[in-house]
Design a protein around this ligand. Structure first.
Ligand SMILES: Nc1nc2c(ncn2[C@@H]2O[C@H](COP(=O)(O)OP(=O)(O)OP(=O)(O)O)[C@@H](O)[C@H]2O)c(=O)[nH]1
Length: 305
């Protein structure tokens, strides 16, 4: 990957998407990369880690860092997300600022636009997401409204669902990357360790149908993942799902354990698809009181300073 002259005009570098929760950042990144690497759901703030997807093209390699939603800090966890987001913004070569085409610009978008104005060195491409849900008039108005939010290198409407201009979003981000060799070998779609992806899939499965504050109280840790002895077609996965209170544990487990069984079955199917083998999933649930506010527990669950 290193040494020698890069192919003429080849660009390589990093970009991230930023925007309010639920504006479609993960979905757009998946559409760009062409494979599911980050989790998506209809619940806000499901992405907690910077998960990278890599777009390989003959002329460029774009490494996409998917950032969590930018929030005004509410809990210790919230504060950490914010510092993670801010350091991400200064480290990338280009930022995609996502605003949905089908909702008026609001205080959340303005808050982020102000943050972005402070990151002077990184060019920002404003992206109007979900154009399939908006009328042409709405899109036209939104382009004007977003243009007034800041000083953007470009403003581009797109839809990750019907594929409208997703390639153009890639082109516009790639235009800001420095010339250079590919940073990762071709074929790598993500550099997240498999164990982290597996934990995210379990978390995603556990979120189906739960309400309100519960999503933010769930964390999943994969304790062990290894092929079953003497078998090359079966992987054993041992994982813990952590919640903050006994009442939440009850909700996850469900009547006579029925909900937890469903979560396990859904997660197992996803993990099998990811790993390409059969999976035995041992999923246990534990209460870690108020883990979101406890620095020691946060570290234990993988949220580092
Ligand atoms: N119709 C339509 N829906 C979309 C589009 N992109 C995303 N969505 C939906 O919008 C919801 C949120 O999408 P995500 O990709 O999870 O949003 P996000 O910004 O990554 O959300 P957080 O992880 O909470 O920050 C999901 O229900 C998606 O299916 C789009 O282009 N069109």
């Amino acid at each position: 990957m290193t040494g020698g002259t890069p192919p003429p005009g080849h660009r390589a570098g990093f970009a991230c998407f930023i925007g309010r929760p639920n504006v479609g950042k993960s979905t757009l990144m998946n559409a760009l990369v062409g494979t599911k690497v980050a989790i998506t759901s209809s619940r806000p703030q499901t992405t907690r880690r910077a998960i990278r997807g890599i777009v390989h093209r003959p002329d460029a390699q774009l490494v996409v860092v998917d950032t969590p939603g930018l929030h005004k800090p509410r809990t210790l966890l919230g504060e950490r997300l914010d510092s993670l987001v801010r350091s991400t913004l200064t480290e990338v070569d280009a930022i995609g600022f996502c605003v949905p085409a089908d909702e008026p610009v609001g205080p959340g978008d303005r808050f982020i636009a102000r943050e972005l104005a402070g990151v002077k060195r990184t060019p920002v491409v404003a992206i109007l997401t979900k154009t399939d849900k908006a009328t042409p008039e709405q899109i036209a108005q939104q382009l004007l409204a977003v243009g007034e939010l800041g000083d953007f290198a470009d403003i581009v409407p797109c839809s990750a669902v019907d594929g409208f201009q997703v390639g153009l979003v890639g082109d516009l981000l790639i235009a800001h990357l420095p010339e250079g060799h590919p940073l990762y070998p071709e074929g790598d779609l993500t550099d997240e360790p498999e164990q982290t992806l597996v934990a995210e899939l379990i978390r995603e499965a556990s979120l189906e149908g739960v309400r309100d504050e519960l999503p933010h109280s769930i964390a999943v840790v994969v304790d062990e993942m290894a092929p079953r002895e003497g078998r090359d077609d079966l992987i054993d996965v041992y994982a813990h799902l952590y919640v903050e209170r006994d009442s939440q544990k009850g909700i996850i487990i469900g009547h006579k354990g029925s909900r937890l069984r469903d979560v396990g079955a859904r997660a197992r199917k996803q993990i099998e698809a990811l790993l390409g083998t059969k999976v035995f999933l041992d999923l246990r649930i534990k209460v870690l009181k108020d883990w979101q506010r406890d620095p020691k527990q946060l570290r234990r669950l993988g949220f580092y300073d």
